[in-house]
Design a protein around this ligand. Structure first.
Ligand code: FMN
Length: 202
């Protein structure tokens, strides 16, 4: 079954009010990292302020410059090279986020968070935050169905992180399977249904 992920930016139908909200977008090193660019477009269209934290490995898949240009904010990839105006580093992000959305989330990232590892800006921010965190896993079907990954996802859920199930679809490595990046509209609808943000009455 193929899904249409092309319904992005202006075509996404959500009713939540994002104007003036601060959203930290975490991007990890999976093939679906390019969808981060579309997510930024959708959030910026709705006048949210978007701050991107990328893992070093994510920069192999999409450049910080691209996400910085689209988000209009400095992209942080290295915890030890934060700009001077972000003098408290990860603490700044942990305090100002109305929402932390990690999309896409690798098996590696999920494993780290589930096991208390905080060895980069993104995982450290998540460890330190009290903001709601939504995680959107995307990976090859075998990785997704791996018992260790499933146990880590269950741990995240138990600890209060919201995880959005991946979809069944075409995999980058060939064939079809479960594990592919969820539709952007589905991701945003799940966040909307969670009730973090006011919705417009239409
Ligand atoms: C071409 C390529 C595509 C990859 N795609 C994925 C993916 O979709 N999901 C995933 O979990 N890992 C994927 N990986 C493996 C991750 O890049 C690897 O586990 C890495 O350590 C993740 O680092 P990070 O979690 O710090 O970003 C891919 C690797 C390569 C080389």
């Amino acid at each position: 079954m193929h899904r249409n992920k092309k319904a992005v930016a202006g075509a996404v139908k959500i009713n939540m009010e994002l104007k003036g909200k601060t959203i930290v977008l975490g991007v990890t090193g999976g093939i679906a990292a390019y969808w981060a660019a579309e997510i930024i477009g959708v959030l910026r269209d709705r006048e949210a302020s978007v701050h991107v934290l990328m893992t070093e490995n994510a920069t192999h898949f999409i450049t910080p410059l691209t996400l910085q240009t689209l988000s209009k904010n400095k992209v942080i990839t290295n915890m030890f090279e934060v700009p001077a105006d972000l003098d408290v580093g990860h603490i700044t992000y942990t305090q100002k986020a109305d929402l932390i959305l990690v999309a896409p989330a690798t098996a590696n990232f999920i494993g780290k968070v589930a096991n208390g590892i905080a060895d980069d800006m993104l995982t450290t921010t998540i460890m330190a935050t009290k903001s709601p965190v939504f995680i959107v896993p995307a990976m090859n079907e075998n990785m997704w169905k791996n018992n260790i990954v499933q146990k880590n996802v269950a741990t995240l859920r138990r600890e209060g992180y919201k995880t959005i199930n991946p979809s069944y679809g075409k995999m980058a490595c060939g064939g079809e399977g479960e594990g592919t990046f969820a539709d952007i509209e589905k991701i945003l609808k799940e966040i909307e249904e969670f009730g973090l943000f006011k919705t417009k009455n239409i």
